[in-house]
Design a protein around this ligand. Sequence first.
Ligand SMILES: Nc1ncnc2c1ncn2[C@@H]1O[C@H](COP(=O)(O)OP(=O)(O)OP(=O)(O)O)[C@@H](O)[C@H]1O
Ligand SMILES: [Mg+2]
Length: 207
Amino acid sequence: MEASGIEKAYRRGIWPLRRRLPVLRGADLTVRAGEVVGLVGENGSGKSTLMKILVGALAADAGTVSVAGRSGYCPQVPVVYERLTCDEHFELFGRAYRMPVDAERRARRGLYAELGFERYATTRADQLSGGTLAKLNLGLALLADPEVLLLDEPYAGFDWDTYVKFWDLVARRRADGGAVLIISHFVADEERFDRIVDLRDGLAVPR
Ligand SMILES: Nc1ncnc2c1ncn2[C@@H]1O[C@H](COP(=O)(O)OP(=O)(O)OP(=O)(O)O)[C@@H](O)[C@H]1O
Ligand SMILES: [Mg+2]
């Protein structure tokens, strides 16, 4: 995945007090196959904005993004349907990804086991704990086994055990040649990343 010269400004307020808030000022970012890259920056530095542009959920004012292969995206705020269970979410997303039913079931079982939330399979999303909701959010991004995986603060709500499982899962994807971009406002284990990029003053600066 390659992004270059990404610019984005939000518009704030109403006329005549309208102001532009520049967030990205020409950010460049590349994530290659078999690489785990960390995107780090303080609150409000524009990490989520850049991620939304990378996955095509938000239009940039300038710059280009190119992705080879399918991408999967785990948003910072889970987008789930309150009244659907975990199983029903996987079914729904499996359809949206056009996966054969048995492939979806297999992937779902694997993700329940990998992240350890099988026992919530039939629990409605509005009754899940924050950490389990984060697992569902991550599981949905992983369901179709995308070549490029973009995760926005994926482990913020995880307990230690899940945090370790998360990194096992990332390591496996990297070994299979996947590209992973992990956004965080802090990086605890720098050695788990191949590269770290700081988002500062609207630019992505290699560390
Ligand atoms: N839809 C929007 N409209 C206007 N301003 C926005 C919008 N979304 C984000 N912003 C502003 O853009 C800036 C960057 O926000 P963004 O969510 O990208 O930061 P972030 O680095 O992901 O922060 P955090 O670490 O808190 O998740 C912030 O100043 C934020 O208030
Ligand atoms: Mg964010």
